[in-house]
Design a protein around this ligand. Structure first.
Ligand code: PLP
Length: 300
């Protein structure tokens, strides 16, 4: 990689391609002839207004956001929305429904409990999504909240769940802008911006396939814990079930070869490759090749 850069499989913040960093470097000295960087402009000035207007227009175009939806650029990250949503959409005695399919939706539900009555309508096993007909939605819920892609477990919904006309709210922090979404099915979509939103360009589906194929082709040396129907195209967790002690060595050796941040989230262990928009296919292919070599060296 140019400039001695690594292939960074981190789950966030977003990894930025060299061209973007170079453009940012230039813009920090003088943004389009304004003589200032974005960090020095008045947030009410016309230069900054033009930046935020362009960002909103681009987002509306990319996601075909209907005119009757607002786009808000907020501070505080997705975790702030865990409380902002119940505070804005429900009163103290109101019921809200949460679908729990992993760590982040669980956190969102716990936060909402501080403000209203939370009905956990379905709980997954961190590897699959409970069948829709098993969900116990409440008749009077103010909204139904779910997490479209569980960043830690690598469990991803393949489309908006049908909640019978209720207000549907999705946390799309780690798969935002990775696929077309029918925004009209949702009351609110929110996403911490620091993960997938880099410049688009690489076909994420074929990248993820390279890794899942490497796992499948390893004769059981690697294992993906997630139900194939709901495997995330963004975060690919995997383990070495026959010898978990080897996982540390795998992570260390990969780092030596310029592939970093492959350690799974501390709550689940194992490995995790996060392959957001800016991860080039080359990076994923190098990881798959490394996985094959490592398995050949260590398989009994
Ligand atoms: N939701 C999901 C799915 C996430 O992956 C994360 C962060 O990793 C969060 C929420 C929390 O986001 P933030 O750090 O912006 O509060």
């Amino acid at each position: 990689q140019p400039h001695g850069r690594v292939f960074n499989f981190s789950a966030g913040p977003a990894v930025l391609p060299v061209e973007v960093l170079e453009q940012a470097q230039a813009d920090l000295l003088n943004w389009r002839g304004s003589g200032m960087s974005v960090m020095e402009m008045s947030h009410r000035g016309k230069e900054f207004q033009s930046i935020i207007d362009a960002a909103e227009a681009d987002l509306r175009a990319l996601l075909s956001i209907p005119d009757n939806y607002h786009v808000l650029f907020m501070q505080g990250g997705a975790s702030t929305q865990f409380s902002a949503i119940p505070l804005n959409l429900a009163g103290e005695g109101d019921t809200v429904d949460y679908i729990v399919t992993g760590s982040w939706s669980k956190k969102a539900a716990s936060e909402a409990k501080k403000y209203c009555k939370v009905n956990v309508a379905a709980t997954g096993d961190n590897k699959s999504i409970p069948a829709r007909d098993s969900w116990n939605l409440s008749a009077d819920a103010k909204y139904v909240h779910y997490c479209d892609n569980e960043t830690i477990q690598g469990v991803e919904f393949k489309g908006a769940p049908d909640v019978g006309g209720k207000v549907l709210i999705a946390d799309m922090s780690s798969n935002f802008l990775s696929k077309p979404v029918d925004v009209s099915k949702y009351g609110i979509i929110y996403a911490g911006a620091q993960k997938n939103i880099g410049p688009a360009g690489v076909t994420i589906v074929i990248k993820a396939k390279v890794l899942y194929d490497a796992i499948a082709g390893s004769n059981g040396f690697y294992n993906s814990p997630v139900d194939p129907a709901v495997r995330s195209l963004m975060n690919v967790p995997f383990t070495i079930p026959s010898n978990p002690d080897l996982e540390k060595e795998f992570i260390a050796q990969a780092a030596k070869q310029g592939m970093i941040q492959l350690k799974g989230h501390r709550s689940v262990g194992g490995m995790r490759a996060s392959i957001y928009n800016s991860m080039p296919l080359d990076g994923v292919q190098q990881l798959a090749a490394f996985m094959q070599k490592f398995a050949a060296q260590h398989a009994k």
